[in-house]
Design a protein. Sequence first.
Length: 385
Amino acid sequence: MGNTTLKDVTNYNYGLEKIFDKAQDFLPINGTDYVELYVGNAKQAAHFYKTAFGFQSLAYAGLETGLRDRVSYVLQQDKIRLVLTTPLKSDNLISEHIKKHGDGIKVIALWVDDARQAFEETTKRGAKPYFEPTTEEDEHGEIVKAGIHTYGDTVHIFIERKNYKGIFLPGYIEWKSEYNPPSIGLKYIDHMVGNVELGGMNKWAEFYANVMGFANLVTFDDKDISTQYTALMSKVMTNGNGRIKFPINEPANGLKKSQIEEYLDFYEGPGCQHIAVATDDIVHTISEMRKHGVEFLHVPGDYYDTVTGRVGEIAEDMAVLKSLGIMVDRDEEGYLLQIFTKPVEDRPTLFFEIIQRKGAKSFGKGNFKALFESIEAEQARRGTL
């Protein structure tokens, strides 16, 4: 298991050729607008993401801007925006979210040209409204936004900002900070992975297909993603232009508790398991992250004994990749390099993937076994395998 065969590649690329025919055009999405995390201490979390991940201060909202119930810090690196939000009192929904889930992703905001139309098209196809279309304005113009529910307590907010020239959104001011570490080369969000309960994968894949016009890019079953002990199944859903990709994972039967089951136990329900962020120079990015204290999964020692024979010639020095723990995989379009952090908080839930694509359009199927063995080793240390 783990090697990508010619049949796999042929089937995958045939799927790519058909994907844009299948994806509907009733919900055009320009990209990810921002990702909002509800956290216990946004000020400290912002310092972590600036120091460890190279984000820059962008915008702020809180008591000083008229908010009484929460505070939000907005960070940016190239096309990636993170919003870190903390409640100021215990009696609100943000506090309840953190009590149940710990620090976690609440909002995956999608940049659209027409938020009202996006809301109308999705709700008439069965989406549960999160909030109706609203207009917010200040001296820099106006934005229109609307929201729908998706798996667990996660929501999508549609953001229409064509008539807005401000720093982020109305109600936010520029966050001026003397401490702004340099970028480490993160460019954009490549994909975001949702973990759902057993039996939920098809339900939510159908939600993205029927409600949001996405198409199934590729499917992995428990034969593709398994080890001696654990397994999972996954369907990767993508919008028409390919800028938004949402793999949906569910656990599969195994001898021991899978990483998906561990996530569901500690997050106490479905949620976003990890954010994959792209870089153009993964060696530089990971070297900097390691210097800044970010911890990564350990790749099994024998992984690099066979990787060259599997992926062929690459531009990078394999010895350097091995020293940093960066994995490699290839498809018919090219190859990719990827690495996964350990969970970035005490609950074994949210983590990040760093990925560099050198032509490859796939998701590192050849690395699945090594990745799972690494995660299982961490689960064994935590006593949750």
